[in-house]
Design a protein around this ligand. Structure first.
Ligand code: FAD
Ligand code: EPU
Length: 352
């Protein structure tokens, strides 16, 4: 293994990845490039350190939404710059800019400490600020795209920095322009539009009940964040204790008529509205649970006993084993319900 330390960035050949993904999967990157200042990107691109069109560098944040089903063929890039700053304020609307390497939950806590609301429902989601727009992270009734003013990227094909307004990002449920064209645009910073006065959103099932259990009557954004943290700690396995990447599948969007027919045939199936009137969102957890997978284990690859949507690594599972289990779950749900499950994490080193 060769370690080269250069001002502004570090290169590591044959870099071990186990500590860099929350599944805790063993994998090796041919090259790991870590940079402190995104301004170094054009120079790195010119040196060929961002890969080429055939094998572009894969950007890795906190590794909480990737499954290394094999070794990555391309170099990995990590952006470590983590500055957070207020850009401006008008009528209680505050623009905050955070660099890609900042921790997501650290940003949420920082905004709450400044008295700013808007990100509280997204408390405790693992990972980095730079990854948040990629799948438009969402939880407890809020998607990050609703709070994004702009995303700053380095476009590796153009070799230049771009500032994309929210409307350019094509945010949708667990989707964005970045997710559709992975590795083309490197997110270097995100600008958020937050509020000093807007009342928090507590409409999502369970949030008001949790606040009541906490004895909170008129909830502040910080109270909502605390309630969301309590709900999340109860429901989701902690990657520090058992390797996982949160929900392994997206909740499927199906035509309304199909959702109605399924709900009639399977009382109890949760059906939620979707952004498009003609579609409904089904609960992937319920479908998987109904097929008997919850708590299932093949060696060290398993399905969480706490939540049917979470695949877990009990210790030494290989990425390919988790991928094999995910495919069997997909096939059983398709056979029983006629619904196609799509993975949420990025699968590296194999096709879905
Ligand atoms: P990584 O896993 O490192 O990368 C994810 C993807 O983003 C990859 O395709 C990567 O190439 C790309 N990427 C990362 N950084 C950049 C960048 N700077 N520029 C361009 N591309 C980039 N997600 C939710 O939406 N809601 C939840 O409630 C939620 N709960 C979770 C709970 C647990 C316990 C876990 C383990 C995960 C959960 N997730 C959730 C998934 C995950 O936390 C998010 O997707 C998060 O945004 C991933 O951040 P990361 O930095 O770890 O990204
Ligand atoms: N359910 C089961 N069995 C289970 C777990 C859940 O049947 O083992 C059913 C229950 O009926 C429950 C429903 O599924 O009411 C929904 O479960 P939950 O409230 O846990 O939400 P989810 O749809 O499983 C989604 C996101 C989470 C996000 C939560 C809270 C997706 C794919 N997942 O989970 O995001 O935190 O809502 O908003 O949209 C992630 O993306 O990694 C993630 C954890």
């Amino acid at each position: 293994m060769i370690d080269v330390t250069t001002p502004g960035y570090r290169l590591q050949r044959s870099a071990p990845l186990r500590a860099l993904n929350t599944f805790g999967i063993e994998a090796t990157a041919p090259l790991l490039v870590e940079i402190d200042d995104a301004q170094a990107l054009p120079a790195l691109a010119a040196q060929g350190l961002l890969g080429d069109a055939r094998a572009p560098t894969l950007v890795l944040g906190g590794g909480s939404n990737v499954l290394f089903a094999g070794d990555p063929a391309a170099p990995l890039l990590r952006l470590r710059g983590a500055r957070i700053a207020v850009l401006g304020e008008r009528d209680g609307q505050v623009r905050v800019r955070a660099e890609a390497g900042a921790g997501w939950h650290a940003l949420v806590e920082w905004t709450l400490a400044q008295g700013l609301g808007g990100l509280e429902n997204l408390a405790l989601i693992p990972g980095t600020v730079g990854a948040a727009p990629i799948q438009n992270i969402g939880a407890y009734g809020v998607e990050v795209g609703e709070r994004v003013a702009a995303v700053e990227v380095f476009d590796r094909l153009a070799g230049d920095f771009l500032r994309l307004d929210r409307a350019d990002c094509a945010f949708a449920y667990r989707d964005s322009r970045f997710k559709r064209a992975p590795d083309r645009e490197i997110v270097v910073a995100v600008e958020f539009l937050l509020s000093r006065h807007a009342p928090p959103d507590i409409a999502y099932a369970g949030v008001a009940e949790e606040l009541a259990a906490m004895g909170v009557a008129a909830a502040t954004p910080a109270d909502v964040a605390a309630a969301v943290c309590r709900l999340r700690r109860r429901k989701l396995p902690d990657p520090a204790r058992i390797g996982n990447a949160g929900s392994f599948f997206k909740n499927p969007l199906v035509p309304a008529a199909q959702a109605e027919a399924l709900a009639a045939a399977h009382p109890g199936l949760p059906v939620f509205p979707a952004a498009a009137d003609a579609l409904r969102k089904l609960s992937a957890a319920w479908l998987i649970d109904a097929c008997g997978w919850k708590g299932h284990r093949d060696g060290d690859a398993g399905v969480s006993a706490a939540h049917a949507l979470v695949l877990v690594n009990h210790g030494a599972a290989r990425g390919a084993e988790l991928l094999g289990l995910a495919r069997r779950i997909r096939d059983s749900v398709a056979a029983r319900f006629g619904v196609a499950l799509e993975p949420e994490p990025r699968i590296v080193g194999a096709a879905w």
